[in-house]
Design a protein around this ligand. Structure first.
Ligand code: TEU
Length: 501
């Protein structure tokens, strides 16, 4: 039988915005536990939890001060264990985020480094230098910050996120121990943050003038990074029960990405090409073929994702709820593993008009407000009721305000409506399980602006990206699901349907 993760549906939970059990306005692990039945009913195989570790929250928890504990705002190790046990009892696996590229500046090792002199062993765990180069922070501005004795430290993200020196054996040993800590607690795997970034080119060479020809930069996708994942794979394989790791790796093309998922390295890597593809038939088909071919070449399953806590929600990005509903039927019909992000099953749009004082993303802060950043996809989940924050917390507290217009989008409002987006996701996940478990896809004849393919299990998917209604071709089989009602037997513009033959 195929391994569970090769065609799993994995749901990303951003705990701060999922469900608040104690009324502090921020979600927590008890809130996750309370809503596990919702996720079981949705039909997901696993959840991926973004960081819930002790953190000053300079970057929403991706600045970890202690890799072996739970931030009090999210609960305790006991509440983690209770959530994990309940998830397993409901048949849901749990993947946690590991953040190995950088720690928080509040991590004891960085505090020790600051208190130690230049050249000391404590400083060697991070990347300190007497000089700087021209590297830029992903969040804007230089990637170097100066400390009082004149040295600078590297931070590819926020200054509160100093980069580790992965050539230091203590760093490697520490993370292997952290993996074991969570594996011993029973987690089913890890999502590896910035998996492509751990190794920096020797000598920290400057980028130089950008002539637009260089796709590989000296702090991304260095070949040496693969040694680390071979070590991690041995650790994962030493535990029973198919524990997995999925890389968050932003690399130049699918063939570079496939190097992370060869047999003795990681199980999966997020495929961001699909997420970034425009709503265009030929472009999507090209992306799908390219990504499947690259993963097939190394025997790994492809992954598909339309949103996460870093990108604009697809209803807004693609331009309409209709397109987002069609896109999910396309994605869930593809071979491989599918990642969902909390709230997409409710058809939530990006919130573009958050009040400036509420915004927390360092992207917003470091760009001086010229870039909105990622808060708009992190607005707390609307669960129930008619007024914000829609059952997110017991007392109406919410760290980011939800728009009043979400009253019609709550999980409660959608649960019993067979035409709702929530019902569409539930139906699609159920039918996917029944109809398309394994095997490649076969493209069927169609116009370029139409995607039409069939899976060996008998499921076929038809997506209409053309500007006109699309009559369903003869012999397509029995229609089992549609993202929009058919009119006179034709698929509306920007809609998709599934058929079984
Ligand atoms: O993201 C890595 C990354 O490079 C981008 O997703 C980046 O955050 C985004 O484009 C900025 O606009 C991961 C996490 O998913 C992200 O939330 C963290 O901020 C980042 O790492 C640092 O840990």
């Amino acid at each position: 039988m195929d391994k569970w993760w090769r065609n799993a549906v994995i749901y990303e939970v951003y705990p701060r915005s999922f469900a608040d059990s104690d009324g502090d306005g921020e979600g927590d692990l008890a809130g996750v536990r309370a809503h596990l039945p919702y996720l079981r009913d949705l039909g997901v195989d696993a959840i991926w939890l973004t960081p819930f570790y002790p953190s000053p929250m300079a970057d929403g928890g991706y600045d970890v001060a202690d890799y072996r504990d739970v931030d009090p705002r999210f609960g305790t190790l006991d509440s983690f264990d209770e959530m994990l046990a309940q998830a397993h009892a409901l048949g849901i696996r749990v993947i946690v985020d590991i953040v190995p590229n950088h720690s928080s500046s509040a991590h004891p090792w960085f505090v020790e480094a600051l208190a130690s002199p230049p050249g000391s062993p404590a400083r060697d765990r991070y990347i300190f230098s007497d000089t700087t180069n021209d590297w830029r922070s992903v969040f804007g501005g230089p990637a170097w910050a100066q400390v009082p004795d004149g040295q600078h430290y590297l931070h590819l993200f926020d200054p509160g996120q100093p980069d580790f020196n992965w050539r230091n054996p203590q760093v490697r040993a520490e993370f292997e121990s952290v993996l074991r800590f969570w594996l011993d607690r029973g987690v089913d795997g890890f999502r590896i943050d910035v998996a492509h970034g751990l190794i920096k080119a020797v000598g920290l060479p400057s980028l130089g003038p950008d002539d637009g020809t260089s796709s590989v930069v000296p702090y991304q996708d260095q070949d040496e990074v693969h040694e680390i994942y071979r070590d991690w794979r041995r650790i994962l394989d030493s535990y029973p029960g198919d524990r997995i790791a999925v890389a968050e790796a932003w690399v130049s093309d699918p063939s570079r990405l496939s190097l992370y998922v060869v047999a003795d390295e990681l199980h999966q890597a997020f495929n961001f090409d699909f997420l970034q593809a425009p709503w265009d038939g030929p472009a999507l088909r090209h992306t799908i073929d390219r990504c499947i071919a690259a993963a097939d070449a190394v025997g790994a399953p492809t992954t598909w994702v339309l949103s996460n806590h870093d990108v604009r929600r697809q209803v807004t990005r693609l331009g309409s709820l209709d397109r987002a509903r069609a896109a999910i039927l396309l994605m869930l019909a593809l071979p491989g593993s599918a990642y969902l992000y909390q709230g997409e099953e409710l058809g939530l749009p990006e919130v573009l008009d958050l009040p400036p004082h509420a915004r927390q993303d360092p992207v917003w802060k470091r760009s001086g407000g010229t870039e909105l950043g990622r808060d708009g996809c992190r607005v707390p989940m609307p669960w129930s009721g008619d007024t914000p924050p829609f059952g997110f917390s017991p007392n109406g507290a919410s760290w980011l305000p939800a728009p009043a217009s979400w009253a019609t989008l709550t999980a409660q409002a959608q649960a019993a409506d067979p035409r709702s987006t929530l019902s569409l996701y539930r139906d699609a996940i159920r039918l996917r399980r029944a109809g398309n478990a394994t095997g490649p896809l076969q493209w069927l004849d169609s116009a370029p602006e139409v995607l039409h393919f069939r899976r060996p299990g008998g499921l076929s998917c038809l997506v209409n990206l053309s500007g006109a209604p699309l009559p369903v071709p003869d012999g397509t089989g029995e229609r089992v699901l549609a993202s929009a009602p058919l009119v006179d037997g034709a698929l509306a513009v920007d809609s998709a349907a599934w058929f079984i033959d």
